[in-house]
Design a protein around this ligand. Structure first.
Ligand code: ADP
Ligand code: MG
Length: 211
């Protein structure tokens, strides 16, 4: 049975690509406001799990419960745009032809103009990137690109944020400081977050709990 505070519950989740099984009977739960890390080796299905939670894939079996409703299960499938889940992809996935400001604005198309501008300002301030808002992704360091990707995901106020190996393409010397910056941003944003990585060190810096 679900505990009262359960915010995300993955229950006996299974998934296959064709005949190849990737996840078998995976279960875990996260409470609201937790920043939880899940470590696993490359190829173990971490990205697939995040895609299932975001609604980019349908499970073969099991269910996903998010913020009071079943979003995936037998005969239930809530499409990604209705889940309120934000995701930062491993390669950031920034739009190369858009400035920092335009990248962050991207998820806010449904807002009015003034509201949208205010939210972008807030995000730029949170990322301490006000001076860089007119730059294009190729004019930014890896750590800065990463913060833009994070702000783009946070701007629409998702109820859940998924981070897929957000530090794996950063140089070793940048990694620890960027990890700490991200930890501060996530705390300030007061968001529930699931973070997957093959590197337990990143998870230990950022997360309040690991699985
Ligand atoms: P991780 O993120 O932990 O490295 P993935 O979820 O990306 O693992 O992949 C899990 C397994 O599924 C791997 O063996 C991978 O090769 C396979 N896989 C991933 N995406 C696809 C796909 N689109 N089609 C077929 N197999 C895939
Ligand atoms: Mg992956």
């Amino acid at each position: 049975m679900l505990k009262e505070k359960t915010f995300l519950e993955v229950f006996e989740l299974s998934f296959s690509y064709g005949a190849v099984s990737v996840l078998e009977g995976l279960s875990f739960a996260i409470e609201k406001g937790e920043i939880v890390g899940l470590a696993g080796p490359s190829g173990s299905g971490k990205s697939t799990l995040l895609r299932l939670i975001a609604g980019l894939e349908r499970p073969r079996g099991g269910s996903i419960f998010l913020d009071g409703e079943t979003v995936a299960g037998e005969s239930v499938f809530v499409p990604p745009e209705w889940r309120g889940v934000g995701m930062v992809f491993q390669d950031y996935g920034l739009f190369p032809h858009m400035t920092v400001r335009k990248n962050i604005e991207f998820g806010l198309r449904r807002m009015g103009r003034d509201q949208r501008a205010a939210r972008v300002e807030e995000m730029l301030a949170l990322a301490r990137m006000e001076d860089l808002m007119s730059r294009y992704p190729y004019e930014l360091s890896g750590g800065q690109q990463q913060r833009v990707a994070l702000m783009r995901a946070l701007a629409p106020r998702p109820k859940l944020l998924l981070l897929d190996e957000p530090f794996s393409s950063l140089d070793a010397h940048l990694r620890e400081s960027v990890c700490r910056e991200v930890q501060v941003i996530l705390k300030e944003a007061e968001i529930t977050c699931l973070f997957v990585s093959h590197d337990r060190r990143d998870i230990d810096v950022v997360c309040s709990r690991t699985m």
